[in-house]
Ligand binder design. Sequence first.
Ligand code: ATP
Ligand code: MG
Length: 196
Amino acid sequence: MLNVVIFGAPGSGKGTQSELIEKKYGLVHLSTGDILRAEIARGTDIGKLADGLISKGQFIPDDLMIDILNGQIDQYPTAKGFIFDGFPRTVPQADALDSMLKRRNIRVSIMLNIDVDTNELVKRLINRGKTSGRSDDNLQTIHQRIQVYETKTLPVIQFYDRQHKHHRIQGTGTMEEVFERICKEIDSVISYSVIW
Ligand code: ATP
Ligand code: MG
């Protein structure tokens, strides 16, 4: 199994790169943002809760997010591996991911941290807001999301550093250039690990 955590600030390109990884390596792409937006579209209880939080740039509570992810993994018993996009976003989520994979005798193979500076992030998100229709792609919420990222999500880097799984990826340049950098890291993890 090849299990990739794709990590980065809002607007760093996690979704775009995850789709490219999904195609090339045949992994299942689990995007928590997409999962939550689907719940909102279906008008479920989770969707109603998520709607208010997302538009304010806040996180969904860890316990709920962990339950959702656990349920998602169970839906793909024959997966060759997963791309975790948007999860873990907090240290408790990172801990929970380790436990839930361990129960299934698998683990995170690599964590890719797509690095983009804040000015560029804001520019990209404002631009995306023109067409995305997303309630969180507006200036006020963008600043809130970046602040939440810095306080709650950045410590996740150390979590994977300690496991020697963290790899920084320069997130600027074309989509293809970033993807090439990502493939190099994934391919090296594939070539040196016999057991994932
Ligand atoms: P990107 O632009 O890189 O794809 P993003 O940060 O813009 O990423 P999503 O990953 O789509 O956005 O997430 C949107 C929102 O959904 C988050 O701002 C947050 O409110 C909620 N969310 C997503 N994943 C989690 C999570 N793991 N824990 C808590 N809340 C989450
Ligand atoms: Mg996304």
